[in-house]
Design a protein around this ligand. Structure first.
Ligand SMILES: [Zn+2]
Length: 75
C-alpha cells in the first residue's frame, strides 16, 4: 500500500525509522501502540475520541432527539 509515507493515524510524516524488517510502516510506532490501547478501550474512547455515533434504528441520537420518527419494520 502506498500512502506516501504519512502516518494513517495522525497524518504526520513517517520517519525512515518506522520500519519492521525493512518495510515502511503506515503508522508511527507510538500511534500504533495508541491504536492498540484504543481498541482495548473502544467502548470508552469511541464516542469521545472518534466521534463515533451510536445509531438507533439507523438514526443518530441527535436525529432521534430532534423528533425524527423511528420506523420499525417487521419482516
Ligand atoms: Zn502518527
Amino acid at each position: 500500500m502506498d500512502c506516501g509515507n504519512f502516518c494513517l493515524a495522525c497524518g504526520k510524516k513517517l520517519r525512515k525509522l518506522e520500519t519492521i524488517d525493512g518495510k515502511q510502516l503506515v503508522y508511527h510506532m507510538k500511534c500504533w501502540n495508541e491504536i492498540i490501547q484504543d481498541i482495548k478501550n473502544f467502548d470508552k474512547v469511541a464516542q469521545t475520541k472518534y466521534k463515533y455515533e451510536p445509531l438507533y434504528c439507523g438514526l443518530t441520537r441527535q436525529e432521534v432527539e430532534a423528533g425524527e420518527k423511528l420506523v420499525i419494520t417487521f419482516e
